[in-house]
Design a protein around this ligand. Structure first.
Ligand code: ZN
Length: 144
């Protein structure tokens, strides 16, 4: 296993090489100087999705919409998970209303939906909101 990880920047999606032991040192993007791994979920869209799937860290996507009450009440839990998992798993939000084509490609039938990607492909999916301990337990089952 390599000591250097490829990680797309949360802001500009540029690929950064980050030594494994620096993942928790708030690395900055070589291109845009933003935090590569922020402690909060970042927004995905149609244009950035393919780039954000790249790299060596898993990507957890919360598919949501502003009119969805359960989505809104789940948002603080997802944000807290982003803080807990910083440097281990990347957390992103996909607004299904603003990106209907991508939501369709992903086969989203209900929201909120959580999709976990590793090595660029989907490895697990969960529909519906859940409390933080349950979310973290589910991710542990997936090796995160
Ligand atoms: Zn960047």
């Amino acid at each position: 296993m390599s000591d250097t990880l490829l990680v797309p920047c949360a802001s500009c999606a540029g690929l950064n090489r980050i030594p494994a032991d620096r993942l928790h040192d708030a690395p900055r993007c070589g291109r845009c100087k933003s935090a590569v791994l922020p402690a909060a979920p970042f927004d995905l869209d149609q244009a950035s999705f393919a780039s954000q799937l790249k790299g060596d860290l898993p990507l957890l996507v919360d598919v949501w919409a502003s009119w969805c009450g359960p989505c809104r009440s789940f948002a603080p839990t997802f944000a807290q998970a982003a803080r807990e998992l910083q440097g281990r798993c990347r957390l992103a939000k996909l607004d299904s209303e603003a990106n209907p084509q991508l939501a369709g490609q992903l086969g989203i039938r209900s929201i909120p939906s959580l999709l976990l990607f590793k090595d660029g492909r989907e490895v697990a999916r969960q529909s519906g909101a859940m409390p933080l301990p349950q979310l973290l337990a589910w991710l542990r089952q997936q090796g995160i």
